[in-house]
Design a protein around this ligand. Structure first.
Ligand SMILES: *[C@@H]1O[C@H](CO)[C@@H](O)[C@H](O)[C@H]1NC(C)=O
Ligand SMILES: *[C@@H]1O[C@H](CO)[C@@H](O)[C@H](O)[C@H]1NC(C)=O
Ligand SMILES: *[C@@H]1O[C@H](CO)[C@@H](O)[C@H](O)[C@H]1NC(C)=O
Length: 535
């Protein structure tokens, strides 16, 4: 299983880059010698003139996107503390802006950075390149901050990658080329169009949206038989049996007691899980219930057909159909109808009252709670309107609503970062936005409560640390997230984007919940009570 078949380089680049970053002996020697505390350090370093001579030379320039000092969203926020915070978050885009140096375009062989032409907003912390699915929440946040040109540039970068590679790599590094991440390109285009009505941009690029969609259909689809019908759905599947370059020594050690076939298989499964964005999680473990403490050796991501991935592609089909209609061309309707049927047949679980991931090896659904089970609500990937009501009962029937600092990622404490006790911004947003658009009043109420909890946790920790984190820990009073392969990172692109979206949705009602506000509310209540007694 060679590690570079999906790279589209000239032979010289191919041998040099793959030698160093993907499969090379040099990579192995350096990573196993543990010269750096984080394996990602080494693979992010540029080369100087010849492989072997290393130098700290950044491929990136800081880029200071022009900010709007008072975007309209601020006026929508009635709580003054939240308003001031939103203003800080708006200004934070400046510190996360990067432009890739032209040298990366003219001499790509010296860098692991993949060149893209427009400035990007990076997540922050150790993540100093663009990431595919993160960019969706960043773009939504940028649009609310009235930075449509920066948002458009990020979409243009991703279109540029589709044109070159036929798919969008997980992140902006050559060692991410062979795997993608949850597909949000068409949803990003939709977000931008809703803001800018730039039909010309759509017309020029719709063929690339389709190329990206076709990558998922061609390289990542699987047929599942239910009754006498075959359904085609999508899954994450990277069949490259090499350690992840950015976590080389960890992957190597994990597989140290396995034979050659077994370790290649394990490494391919770790990459498949990385492609899902949920690296790592009990969601991809084969044993049930997940062994505690968990071992990543149990990861078998390519056996799982995930609800959320199919919900995102369902939305993509829906949007492509409507984009083609705007452009007066043949609609994309048949694919959407097939998807709706398949999602209903394979994922909908009548007993649980929700959609569940399907395991191909066990030929069974995974009964566990994951926020991703509710993704079809957000992307309108269902035809039976009663589904939203059922999904509300599903949420109320589990214990997840009792966590006051955010919706946990699962109910298993595996020590992996996509499990209890961590709560992730994109998952909060998907569930909240899905419930908020339902016609059920109970669903709307839950959506607001979840948004209130999340915003308060983020705000309280912002006050405490002057920082926004990539994930949060739902235990106790709320903390930055924990677990997994690296320390929690600060910045943070999607966190800021989600907070801005929630403030946009509920700015007139959300409160910061800081002690002084509560205290004031208490004083007012006490005064009213005394007045009432008096009169
Ligand atoms: C997609 O499939 C094609 C043809 O099978 C293959 O050449 C290419 O490497 C695959 N791309 C990825 C990123 O898996
Ligand atoms: C969007 O642009 C198209 C033409 O490019 C125009 O027909 C349409 O009215 C515009 N819609 C809005 C909401 O501005
Ligand atoms: C479904 O797929 C199986 C295996 O690929 C095949 O044998 C069968 O004929 C298909 N059934 C239908 C109804 O297409």
């Amino acid at each position: 299983m060679p590690g570079y078949v999906c790279m589209n380089f000239t032979p010289f680049f191919l041998s040099l880059l793959s030698h160093i970053y993907c499969t090379g002996d040099l990579l192995k020697q350096v990573q196993l010698a543990k010269l750096f505390s984080d394996d990602k350090h080494f693979v992010d370093m540029p080369l100087q003139e010849s492989p072997g001579a290393w130098l700290w030379l950044s491929p990136l320039l800081s880029m200071f996107p022009s900010l709007s000092s008072s975007p309209q969203i601020l006026a929508k926020i009635s709580d003054q503390k939240l308003q001031a915070w939103a203003s800080d978050l708006n200004a934070k885009w400046k510190s996360l802006g990067r432009k890739i140096k032209d040298d990366v375009r003219t001499r790509p062989m010296f860098y692991s950075q993949i060149y893209v032409p427009h400035p990007v907003i990076v997540p922050g912390g150790r993540f100093i390149e663009y990431y595919y699915w993160d960019s969706y929440w960043v773009i939504e946040g940028l649009l609310l901050s009235e930075m449509a040109a920066t948002a458009k540039g990020m979409i243009q970068n991703l279109l540029y990658l589709v044109e070159r590679y036929g798919h969008i790599p997980n992140g902006g590094r050559v060692y991410y080329l062979c795997r993608s991440q949850p597909p949000f390109l068409t949803l990003m285009m939709d977000a931008y169009l809703a803001h800018a009505n730039d039909t010309e941009f759509l017309r020029e690029n719709i063929h690339l949206l389709e190329v990206e969609y076709e990558f998922w259909q061609r390289n990542r689809s699987v047929s599942i038989t239910v009754g006498d019908r075959n359904h085609t759905l999508n899954y994450y599947n990277v069949q490259i049996g090499e350690p992840r370059p950015e976590s080389y020594s960890k992957d190597w050690e994990l597989a140290s007691d396995l034979n050659e076939d077994a370790r290649q298989e394990l490494w391919a499964e770790l990459k498949s899980a990385a492609e899902s964005g949920w690296d790592f999680s009990s969601r991809w473990f084969l044993s049930w219930p997940p062994p505690l403490p968990a071992t990543l050796k149990d990861t078998k991501a390519s056996a799982v057909v995930p609800v959320d991935l199919n919900a995102f592609l369902c939305k993509t089909e829906h949007l492509l159909a409507s984009f083609y209609r705007i452009l007066g061309k043949e609609p994309f309707q048949a694919a959407l109808e097939r998807r709706l049927e398949a999602v209903q047949a394979v994922f909908w679980n009548e007993a649980a009252g929700v959609w569940l991931d399907f395991n191909l090896l066990k030929k069974q659904p995974n009964p566990a709670f994951y926020p991703s089970n509710l993704a079809p609500l957000w992307t309108d990937c269902f035809s039976d309107q009663a589904a939203a009501e059922r999904a509300v009962r599903y949420l109320e029937g589990s214990t997840v609503l009792s966590y006051k600092n955010g919706l946990p990622t699962s109910l298993f404490r595996t020590g992996e970062q996509w499990d209890l006790p961590n709560a992730w911004p994109p998952l909060q947003h998907m569930v909240i936005a899905g419930l908020a658009k339902s016609s059920s009043s109970r669903a709307k109420e839950i959506a607001f409560d979840l948004a209130q909890n999340w915003v308060r946790t983020n705000f309280a920790l912002y006050k405490k640390y002057q920082a926004m984190f990539e994930k949060y820990n739902v235990d106790g009073d709320g903390k930055p997230g924990t677990g997994g392969e690296y320390q929690v990172q600060e910045g943070f692109g999607w966190t800021n984007g989600v907070v801005l979206q929630l403030l946009d949705l509920y700015g007139d009602r959300l409160t910061s919940g800081s002690p002084s506000t509560l205290f004031r509310a208490w004083i007012v209540a006490a005064c009213l009570f005394l007045l009432d007694l008096k009169w």
